[in-house]
Every structure is written in C-alpha cells, then in structure tokens.
Design a protein around this ligand. Sequence first.
Ligand SMILES: NC(=O)c1ccc[n+]([C@@H]2O[C@H](COP(=O)([O-])OP(=O)(O)OC[C@H]3O[C@@H](n4cnc5c(N)ncnc54)[C@H](OP(=O)(O)O)[C@@H]3O)[C@@H](O)[C@H]2O)c1
Length: 321
Amino acid sequence: MTTAEKRHVLITGASSGIGLEAAKILLARGDALTVLCRNAERADATRAALSDSVQTCIADLADLKSVAQAIEPLLQNHMPFDALVLNAGLQYAGHGSPRWSAQGVELTFAVNHLAHQLLAERLKDHTRAIVITASEVHNPSTGGGRVGLPAGLGAMEGLHQGPGAPMVDAESRFNADKAYKDSKLCNLLMAQEIHRQRPGMPVVAWSPGLVIPRTSGGFFRNSRQANPLGQALFGFVARDVLRLTESVERAGELLVKLINEQLRQPGFSYWSNGLLGPGRHQLKPTEPSEEANDREKATMLWTWSSELIKSVLTPSDRLSK
Ligand SMILES: NC(=O)c1ccc[n+]([C@@H]2O[C@H](COP(=O)([O-])OP(=O)(O)OC[C@H]3O[C@@H](n4cnc5c(N)ncnc54)[C@H](OP(=O)(O)O)[C@@H]3O)[C@@H](O)[C@H]2O)c1
C-alpha cells in the first residue's frame, strides 16, 4: 500500500460478505468507516464484528424514505468522504414471484440500483471517489451472463410504470435471475453516468467473480430458500469440485485494492475478477457489455430513476436535494 493517510469511507453492504471483509482491512489500515446498515440490529452486529470505532447509520435500502433520512445527517456531520462504496446487493434467483420495496418497486432493482442511485445523487458532490460492486452477469457474453435469461433493459418502460412494474423492460415476465442481472447492468450504467457528470472523479465499477461462502448466510441465502438441495449442490460443485469461485476474503481484499489504487485515478474504469482456470482468478480492467457502454441509455436511466425516486418520496423526504 502506498497511501498511508487515513481516509473516510462510506460503504453499503459491509454487514456481511465481501463488504465486511473489505471493512476489516480498511479498519486495520487505519481508515475511518461509516457503514449503512438496514436496521439497528444489523448495525450492532456490524460494530461487534468490526469495532466500536465504526460509525453505523441506519438505511434500509429497500425503503427509499429510510435512505433519504440517512443522507441528511451524513451531509451535515461529515467533510467530503474519500470514497463512497456502493456494495450492498441481493438476489432472489429461483423465486417465482417478485418482492417489493417499501415503495412498491421490485425489490432487486430497488435495493441494488434505485437506493444506490439516491445515495449517489445526493452524495456525489460530497465524495472524492465512487466504487460500485457490479457483476459480470450484466454482460450476456460472459460465462455467468450466458446462463439463463440475459441482462437487457429494453426501452426501460418499467421505470415509467413505476411501482408495481415487475421488470425494468416492462416486456419480460418476472424472472428473478434476470432482475438481478438487469440491476447489475444498472450499476454499470449508473457508473458511466456519474462519470459523465463528474469526469474528474474516479468512478470504479467492479465484478468480484462468483463468491459462495460455506456459511449458511451469504449472497445465495435467498436462492437457497427456493431450492435448498439444488443450491447446496451448485455451491459444492462450483466451489469445491470445479473451483470456479473466489473466496469472500479475497474478494474483500480486491475491493480494498481497488479503493487504494483507483482512488487517485480520475475517470471511469470497470474491473472484473475473471476466472483463468480452476482456483485461479485475475482482477483486470475489462470492457463492459455493449449495453452498459450506451451513454445515452446511462443518462436516461439516471434521469428516469431520479424521477421515479421523486415520485415515491414526499417533498420533506427530499429536503437535502
Ligand atoms: N457473491 C457473489 O457471487 C457475487 C458475484 C457478483 C457480484 N456480487 C455483488 O457483491 C455485492 C456484495 O455481495 P456479497 O456476496 O457480499 O453478499 P452478502 O454477503 O449477501 O452481502 C450483501 C450485503 O448487502 C446488504 N443488504 C442487502 N439488502 C439490504 C437492505 N435492504 N438494506 C441494507 N443493506 C442491505 C446486506 O445486509 P445484511 O447483512 O443486513 O443482509 C449485506 O451487508 C453485491 O452487490 C452483489 O451483487 C456478488
């Protein structure tokens, strides 16, 4: 590590998984951390797992009102953050019907994209860099992106339909796996748009690779509810037989590596922790999918997401705009 100065990092999704591992390393390095957690219980557990020096702040990403309320004190109490790390995410692959956010927006899109757009919109002028955890499945020509229905936002009519739209393209029937891929495509497009708006700021999107911890929690916990045996078999084969997975600890290290090295590199970059062979990965700059490179679409997604957020929040929720 070359930079020794203490930084202040604001991160989502550091109560478990990749974000938690990254947070441990950042703390050991001496950085100050503010972690957004969905509720007080998760905030307590996060401080217990990390340190009492960690600031936690309640923001349920499935409730835009809760996110908006969290932003105001962040703006008032802090100097600019050195990095805003938008890492939280969920998926319900294997479930047949949609779940909804507090505002009635399809949950995968609401948590993975919309809540993060609200944070980015309000905080992008108060942070020196943004790092977004996306996924290679946003790209239909990658190994993960090829399995199942491909990512694709179409004309994004679902954004105009607003609450109650099961899919962003408003054409496909609800498919939880595609909803996840679409949300990760949104992560890439949002990164491109932030870069257009703030060209001098480092904006890093990255893909950690497939991470399946042995614990009962982790990213596949919701999918496991739908298909316990299938998911157990998938986890065992992918992780222990074919060795296609990255460890959660290593994925956390990679997130910190990107924060350390890219914080001083203005401009947009996308990094993928690609699989070289069994048990071997390499993090390297990668071209996003064609759709993720569509700058016009990136601006439309930002604008329409912003309108959707406004339409479901009351004026008092939007105070800090
Ligand atoms: N694991 C993989 O194979 C993989 C592959 C590619 C990309 N990714 C991406 O990597 C990121 C981190 O995933 P992970 O593997 O570390 O999964 P994880 O262990 O399930 O962690 C997800 C994090 O998001 C938080 N979160 C979810 N819903 C939330 C909500 N409503 N409000 C606040 N926080 C919420 C979780 O909080 P709780 O602890 O309270 O649940 C947790 O801290 C995600 O963006 C995911 O899309 C993962």
